[in-house]
Design a protein around this ligand. Sequence first.
Ligand code: G3H
Length: 479
Amino acid sequence: DGDVYKYYADGDWKMSSSGKTVSVTNPTTGKPIYKVTACTQDEINKVFQSAKAAQKLWAKTPLYKRAEMLHKVSVIMKEHKSPLADCLVKEVAKPAKDAVTEVVRSGDLIDYTAEEGIRIMSEGKFLVSDPFPGNERNKLCLSSKVPLGVILAIPPFNYPINLSVSKIGPALITGNSVVIKPPTQGAVSTIHMMHCFHLAGFPKGLISCVTIKVSELGDFLTTHPAVNCISFTGGCDTGIAISKKANMIPLQMELGGKDTMLVLDDADVESAAVNIMKGGFAFSGQRCTAVKVVLAMESIADALVSKVNAKVAKLSVGPPENDCDIVPVVSESSANFIEGLVMDAKQKGAKLCQEWKREGNLIWPLLIDHVKPDMRIAWEEPFGPVIPVLRIKTAEEGINHCNSSRYGLQGCVFTKDVNKAMLVSDAMETGTVQINAAPARGPDHFPFQGIRDSGIGSQGVTNSINMMTKIKTTVINLP
Ligand code: G3H
């Protein structure tokens, strides 16, 4: 563990000549556990050069062979699920069982991507010219999907493996090359995942993994002229900054969320409570799809809050190694930010249903009742185990709150009336609305997208495959 982890380029692990490193801190102990090498501009330039050259050959590699290689990675990844999961536990404090689930889900995602990619990439279109006025039937148009080129993949700390493969898989099956920039927390998990691709024997230069000091080379990487597409998952402000500088390249972005749970007066309150627990507190709320605000109709709010409180009392709080329900959040600055939101709500008169308790990065689960729209936590994303409840008089009031947010990732509605559910779903301006279940990205082939500041484009296996291609047309002109 004292060693410095290398970057991956040209099919090999290399130490940067910079002599600089980036340190990874264990969120549970607050102590540094890993160091990764910090690449130089020159090294990044070389990585892109290789990625461009390797992509040309890869695009000509038969599709079935590309799929075969991806299936191989999936097998390798699942074989190594324990060390991969251990690393997630240490580096991002993911509860042990969830860490294994992330790895297995990633293998499944790669397999599905290989299969879906085979179908999508084998289809094209054939058109004739004479339906359009003024044309004879002398032009035959063939169109098919071709790769974009070099994809820059930037996954977040909360799913360093799964949200890497959700970018790499679609990129590779469609004939692109990939340069991946791991998150700082999660860098070593990403590096281990990359090693599974290495073991599968992909061509040199086709996939690379560069670790950098983001403050020094972040812009250099994201604005590099060799990049043909950026797939980014992470914070809103970073995503917006990247998009402003991106130079005419397609972007796929999954940013923050303030995923709303709307609980109507005819809802199954027990089910809503169960979903607040699962949807709000899993991985200590560090999911972009976590329930981040509950809007409860006044008639059921007391019952809902008391059910949730009873369940919160049963949550285990502690280290991820013990598979506790509530684990330390990723960093001290994140914990400070969450504390700031809670204190703001408390000062402005909200009711903390549990005692505020924090030890280092470990924050005890907290439901905050009687939150009002003038409180920061009504609008901001805690990314922690803290859930605000606002009491509303009508469904419209809830919908207005949801639609006034800068975010628009997912939302959900709890009601027994299917007609009401459909009306709410239609009115809620979010990428997805879940009916009677908490927000979630999976199953991973479902479309997944955010609107407003929550993102650009749509993900999910099928949409990512399509997004990482462009249409190429050939027209045969008959005499
Ligand atoms: O954090 C963002 C992830 O895309 C959420 O995925 O719903 O499977 O936790 P999840």
